[in-house]
Design a protein around this ligand. Structure first.
Ligand code: ZN
Length: 504
């Protein structure tokens, strides 16, 4: 995601307001409007939890599909946002069949989720927005009980460690975005957003996929995706991956999308609007597609920067990690590095060349290798910001040092207000502290170890955990090994220090 420069004073005022709002939200939450909904009790076959028992009425997905091996994860409980996600679920594949009615604002969904249980227990849990009413849940074809309380969908079906299952959830309702745990000025809500014209867009970092589908909404659990999106013409649905099929029948458009690289849920996207599509290829042969609002030549023009950014980034980081890259423009102020399909806001800022470089850089730093825990979001933003700065320096014939001087001004106040980059206040997600401090840290490391070793390290890292997750300990140990330097104090000072370390 992209950040804006915010004056310290303005930020302070925002912080005060947000603290007040946060307190208010806590008061509201503790009000306890947890309304439970339970389906008609249907006896569960005690042996019916095995995937092999799927009968002719069972789900279409085979949870033992060899392709799902790529989606095996080690789910964790998040240290910053522990209320989202369930570490006992390792989702492998989401088959999402979504129908959008802009007249009634009703989303009707059928989610077929293949997953591995990571422990043996009597029930398991998914995240699903409260406004979405669950109509039925089956596990391996058998109807099961559930309780949908707040955003927690507890499925009352026993699971055994390391066995695989397919849960199918039918649901419908008018999705509502969730409150973002942030003080940022460019986004306050996360997840499913409906425009006045009945169009839809989603941006959901650090969580909020649960506002439109049942999901284990924590980044350590990567999964594969297939989407089928039905919309009335002239609307069309855009999602991650490649467009497999499109039909236009009976005034309805149905698009199907296939994502063959495992993705964290915050990197999924759904955009429904009146789009036109243009395509080209990068110089290295990556198919590029642009989904821009009809009659929006400016958006189309801005995205033409993509192949330039691709050349620059592939030179620095190695081959693009995915088979194709799409871009979709939505009515937001921000931009988000959603996997293989970047979601850009429609403002001049969100569509600037620097933003294009930033979001694309995330596909190496954030998407193919993702943090397991939200305390490590600096791993994404620090490098994206550093690359953006290096690119900006080159474009404007300045030195990177000069750009870093600008970063340093913002970094000092943001560290003071929002905390150290790797130990931030959970209510101020995505503030400048996770961007500028780590970017400066990379520049200091570059000066310390020299250009050759620095850029070799930057290029090598994304393929060490391709399509996976990592944490600070593993990453920093790898850097020390790669560079042959002892850097514990250096990293601790930059990532956990209350004050900005001295720069060279
Ligand atoms: Zn970013």
């Amino acid at each position: 995601m992209k950040t804006k420069l915010i004056a310290a004073l303005a930020a302070l005022i925002v912080v005060l307001v947000v603290v007040l709002v946060g307190v208010w939200a806590l008061v509201l939450r503790s009000g306890g409007d947890d309304e439970a909904r339970v389906s008609d009790p249907t006896p569960v076959d005690p042996d019916g939890t095995s995937s092999e028992t799927s009968g002719p009425n069972g789900p279409a997905t085979d949870p033992n599909d060899p392709a799902f091996k790529a989606a095996l994860s080690e789910p964790v409980e998040d240290s910053v946002y522990p209320n989202v996600g369930d570490p006992s679920v390792d989702a492998l594949h989401y088959g999402l069949d979504l129908e959008w009615d802009p007249e009634s604002s009703i989303l009707t969904g059928n989610a077929e989720i293949a997953f591995r249980a990571t422990s043996t227990q009597e029930q398991f849990q998914l995240d699903l927005g409260k406004p979405l009413e669950v109509e039925a849940v089956t596990v391996d074809g058998n109807e099961v009980d559930y309780v949908h309380s707040g955003k927690d969908l507890v499925v009352k079906s026993p699971v055994q460690m390391d066995r695989r299952y397919v849960a199918v959830i039918d649901y419908a309702g008018t999705p509502e975005p969730a409150k973002a745990p942030t003080t940022r000025s460019d986004f306050t809500d996360i997840g499913f957003t409906i425009t006045e014209d009945g169009e839809v867009w989603t941006m959901q970092e650090p969580y909020g996929a649960f506002t439109w589908y049942p999901v284990n909404d924590q980044p350590a659990d990567k999964a594969l995706y297939d989407f089928t999106i039905t919309t009335p013409e002239p609307l069309i649905g855009v999602a991650n991956g490649t467009l497999v099929d499109r039909t236009d029948d009976d005034d309805q458009t149905v698009t199907t999308w296939h994502l063959d690289s495992p993705a964290s849920s915050y990197l999924t996207t759904l955009a429904i609007g009146e789009y036109e599509r243009t395509t080209e290829k990068s110089r290295s042969g990556v198919p590029l597609s642009y989904w821009t609002p009809v009659d929006d030549p400016q958006a189309k023009q801005a995205l033409r920067y993509t192949p330039v950014a691709m050349d620059w980034l592939e030179d620095k980081l190695g081959p693009y990690p995915y088979d194709s890259l799409g871009s979709v423009v939505v009515p937001s102020e921000s931009a988000m590095e959603t996997q293989t399909m970047i979601t850009y806001g429609n403002t001049e800022y969100a569509l600037s060349p620097e933003t294009v470089v930033h979001e694309m850089a995330h596909h190496w730093y954030g998407d193919t290798v993702s943090p397991s825990d939200w305390s490590d979001v600096w791993m994404n933003e620090g490098m994206a910001m550093y690359l953006q700065g290096a690119f900006a320096a080159q474009q404007s014939h300045r030195t990177v040092d000069k750009v870093m001087e600008e970063y340093a001004v913002v970094e000092r106040s943001s560290r003071r207000i929002d905390g150290p980059p790797a130990d931030y206040d959970p209510r101020t997600f995505g503030q400048n502290n996770i961007y500028y401090g780590p970017a400066l840290m990379w520049h200091e490391l570059r000066k310390k170890i020299g250009d050759d070793r620095f850029w070799a390290m930057v290029k090598a890292w994304p393929s060490v955990h391709k399509d996976g997750n990592t944490d600070r300990k593993e990453y920093l140990a790898w850097i020390e090994k790669q560079t042959g330097e002892e850097l514990t104090a250096f990293f601790d000072d930059w990532l956990l220090g209350k004050k900005t370390p001295k720069r060279r």
